[in-house]
Design a protein around this ligand. Structure first.
Ligand code: RB5
Length: 143
């Protein structure tokens, strides 16, 4: 599984730790920045990740900003992207089971690192249930 990760300055400290965590698990992770706590626009980094998931270059994306809200809004404008804001375990699990989320978004100012690792691990391991949920996904895009 090819994973792409990005953040703004507010998500930067957590993004660094999550990237190390995923690489320690042996996963292939492309980190597109930001690379410091200098203020940047979350929109620029959200777009970079969402574009590469939308076009199929990467299977999954992870985005981190302060709350996770702005990154979710940006990512979900891309066709084929299903970005889930998951600052809790139930949302992370259900976003995979029912929504086949392909980008997970977290709020670096809302949750701790240990929870972030648990969320990412669970999100990567949880399968999509398909069936009636597939039919619903197919109705998501605006005609
Ligand atoms: C940056 O201050 C903050 O607005 C951003 O990280 C994010 O939370 C936006 O939704």
């Amino acid at each position: 599984m090819k994973i792409i990760i990005g953040s703004d300055h507010a998500g930067y400290p957590m993004k660094e730790k999550v990237t190390v965590h995923l690489r320690e698990l042996g996963l292939q992770v492309e980190d597109i920045g930001t690379y410091s706590e200098e203020a940047v626009d979350y929109t620029d980094f959200g777009k970079k990740v969402a574009r590469k998931v939308s076009d199929g270059t990467f299977d999954r994306g992870i985005l981190i900003c302060g709350t996770g809200l702005g990154m979710s809004m940006v990512a979900n404008r891309f066709r084929g992207v299903r970005a889930a804001l998951a600052n809790d375990l139930f949302s992370a699990i259900m976003s995979r089971r029912h929504n086949d989320s392909n980008i997970m978004v977290m709020g670096g100012r809302l949750i701790g690192d240990t929870l972030a690792f648990q969320l990412v691990d669970t999100w990567l391991e949880t399968p999509f249930e398909g069936g009636r949920h597939q039919r619903r996904l197919e109705k998501m895009d605006i005609e």
